[in-house]
Ligand binder design. Sequence first.
Ligand SMILES: *Cc1c(COP(=O)(O)O)cnc(C)c1O
Length: 407
Amino acid sequence: MVPRVPMSSPDIGDTEVQAVVETLRTPTLSIGPRLAAFERSAAAIAGVEWGVGVNSGTSGLHLCVIAAGVGDGDLVITTSFSFIASANCVLYERGVPVFVDVDPVTGNIDPHLVASAVADLTRGGAAADRWLPPALRGARRSVGRLRALLPVHAFGQPADMDPLIDTARNYDLAIIEDACEAIGAAYKERPAGSLGDAAVFAFYPNKQVTTGEGGMIVTNREAWAHLFRSLRNQGRDVFDGWLNHTRLGYNYRLDELSAALGLVQLQRLDEILAKRARVAAWYDERLAGVEWIETPRIASTTTHMSWFVYVVRILPPAQRDTVVRLLAECGIPSRPYFTPIHLQPFYREQFGYRGGEFPVTEHLGSVSLALPFSSVMTEAQVDAVCEALCDAVRRSAPLSVTGGVER
Ligand SMILES: *Cc1c(COP(=O)(O)O)cnc(C)c1O
């Protein structure tokens, strides 16, 4: 019998444990030397000047939205095929996330649609209306300026950034990279995190590297780096005295224990990513050519993949949701991934989405299935998952299609 297969596992060794314990024996448990070292290391990985540690990826995205100048009713273009934080961070500043559909191969934002949306939204009027959330159409007075693009590097594969960078330049928009799933990835040999005005990595325990909870903003813009340091620390400026607060800030600080853990994890990044790539290759080998299962496809612009999750597509007549249930019956976890943001109850209610607005996103949302995945997964575990998956996929198809095969 194969041991229980978890959905994900952190990859923590003795060096990490030692680093955290050593930190506990120091007098500085927040805003200390470990955070500074962790920030330098993350900035180097992204190939940029500055790193600013924060207590989650979501906090990091929020601060980037502030830096981009997003205020009441301002628009930020992103996708619905993501984790909900990619859009919520805009709402925190009372802005409006404007979703555009995604590329069917990668699930990343479609740069052609972004170019059309930006042109129409800048022009205003009826042309702009069709890009807005249903509840805001015909209500242009409540809509502010278009400020930023927020592409997501879904599943660890960079979005097609060059055309987005062109569009942003032409219309003077900021680019915030949601690189929370893509640390160590590269787009045309350029590191994820170096492609926009600022980018965010996340370190929740299911991410490639973890600090428990944590995030990191990386940027080449010095003024933004200073702003981020102030905003994460209750609005204190570097030159402020003790308890002097220049602006409205937050407690988004990352503690030294997390930073110590993160620093060791980053030192092991290449090793961890190589192990994840090996697990992905095991899956690919076993699932290639299996009827009604489509394995992940990597775009030619992705010169280095940072495997975050292994997501297959379960194609009709097989039934994704039935597959989830059948796998669960064998004790194997799996997750529909992503559930589109615009179909989440809160977004339906706030913005009037009803389904049908983003066909590619909704299709991917209905067929995508994340399988158990981590750097510490064994080949035997991958075997067990694949056997159960192939069986579940066959049994999930209606009888009429399988020609009455016993289920
Ligand atoms: C993980 C993740 C985040 C941030 O998550 P936190 O839990 O706040 O660290 C943001 N966007 C995407 C796409 C993510 O996968």
